[in-house]
Design a protein around this ligand. Structure first.
Ligand code: NAD
Ligand code: UDP
Length: 335
């Protein structure tokens, strides 16, 4: 379930994790932008192990070489340090376009850069897709629904986004990115897939990511009950690959419809970490969505997809990963 444990086990016994053999006709050349990030590196593992040729393009803003280092030197793998805001000329069959900061502190750090990445960066990747005839999957987000007035949200909902609020650089950036996908589809015949991803957590997620799971696990404290729906990279990665290889070009929600209040969540994490920290309530952040829950009937019906990893199992894995990271940091502090 969690490729990280599996992969670290392999690194003791052989140079690379096991890779399936694919005949030339089944083997694809796949570009993953943002492939050194949290979701992208799990997707890299799956596609590499499935036997494809994977090129990761990343500017290492929030991603890390460490997330994909176990593939470096493999003949099917390439890592390119490149910013998608600049044009890119390579030859590929499929593009998973994930490059974009994903958590509020990261995307608010430099809103103009976030806008450039999601607009110019997406335009460049669509230009690339058009030139080489590749299919492009955009990692869009539940944030396109903003602070939703309907609950749960299905793909037909147009959203409720404040265009000038602190989250707008990301929300509107992704909305334009979706618009661009459909403009390239209609005008240029580019094959596009759009996944609207709901909060995901797991190993390789940045500890200082600023989102709910990392905050809670690091005993940071958060306020007023909001509701969240979280799911795991293995579920998400399977959903993304399934969507890429299906014929549904309209947006598809990928998320976990199991709903928890933030308070329930804090309590659960506190008990799993066996922590003494108490829960403190702080004022809510501006434009924070109050409640969100994906309607995943479309993904279920058309892709046969739904999340399967139980919440506690995922949380325990993430807690283990964060403990190892904290240990790693402590050990490296004095060298
Ligand atoms: P992440 O920050 O771990 O990964 C994003 C990657 O993109 C990083 O490796 C970063 O260095 C890279 N990147 C950023 N700007 C770039 C640029 N200009 N050029 C090249 N690379 C660039 O985040 P993640 O959680 O893995 O998210 C991946 C994608 O999924 C993002 O597009 C995000 O918007 C989307 N998404 C994620 C979630 C979630 O809960 N994790 C939810 C909804 C949508
Ligand atoms: N582009 C790219 N790689 C390619 C082809 C295009 O990065 O292989 C970029 C190109 O620099 C341009 C953008 O994608 O800025 C849009 O390309 P498109 O061909 O759609 O538009 P045009 O170049 O005709 O304006």
């Amino acid at each position: 379930i969690d490729a990280v444990c599996f992969l670290s086990l392999y690194s003791f016994t052989q140079k690379y994790p096991p890779v399936k053999f694919l005949s030339e006709k089944d083997r694809k050349r796949i570009l993953i932008t943002g492939g050194a990030g949290f979701v992208g590196s799990h997707l890299t593992d799956k596609l590499m192990m499935d036997g494809h040729e994977v090129t990761v393009v990343d500017n290492f803003f929030t991603g890390r070489k460490r997330n994909v280092e176990h593939w470096i030197g493999h003949e099917n793998f390439e890592l390119i340090n490149h910013d998608v805001v600049e044009p890119l000329y390579i030859e590929v069959d499929q593009i998973y376009h994930l490059a974009s900061p994903a958590s509020p502190p990261n995307y608010m750090y430099n809103p103009i850069k976030t806008l450039k990445t999601n607009t110019i960066g997406t335009l460049n990747m669509l230009g690339l897709a058009k030139r080489v005839g590749a299919r492009l999957l955009l990692a869009s987000t539940s944030e396109v629904y903003g602070d939703p007035e309907v609950h749960p949200q299905n793909e037909d909902y147009w959203g409720h986004v404040n265009p000038i609020g602190p989250r707008a650089c990301y929300d509107e950036g992704k909305r334009v990115a979706e618009t661009m996908c459909y403009a390239y589809m209609k005008q240029e015949g580019v094959e596009v897939r759009v996944a609207r991803i709901f909060n995901t957590f797991g190993s390789r997620m940045h500890m200082n990511d600023g989102r709910v799971v990392s905050n809670f696990i690091l005993q940071a404290l958060q306020g007023e009950p909001l509701t969240v729906f979280l799911f795991l990279p293995s579920d998400l990665v399977n959903g993304l690959v399934s969507l890429m290889n299906n014929n549904i070009s309209s947006p598809v929600n990928l998320g976990n419809p199991e709903e928890h209040t933030i308070l329930e969540f804090a309590q659960l994490i506190k008990s799993l970490v066996v922590s003494r920290s108490h829960i403190q309530f702080l004022p809510e952040a501006q434009d924070d969505p109050q409640r969100r829950r994906p309607d995943i009937r479309k993904a279920k019906m058309l892709l046969g997809w739904e999340p399967v990893v139980p919440l506690e199992e995922g949380l325990n894995k993430t807690i283990q990963y964060f403990s190892r990271e904290l240990e790693h940091q402590a050990n490296n502090q004095y060298v």
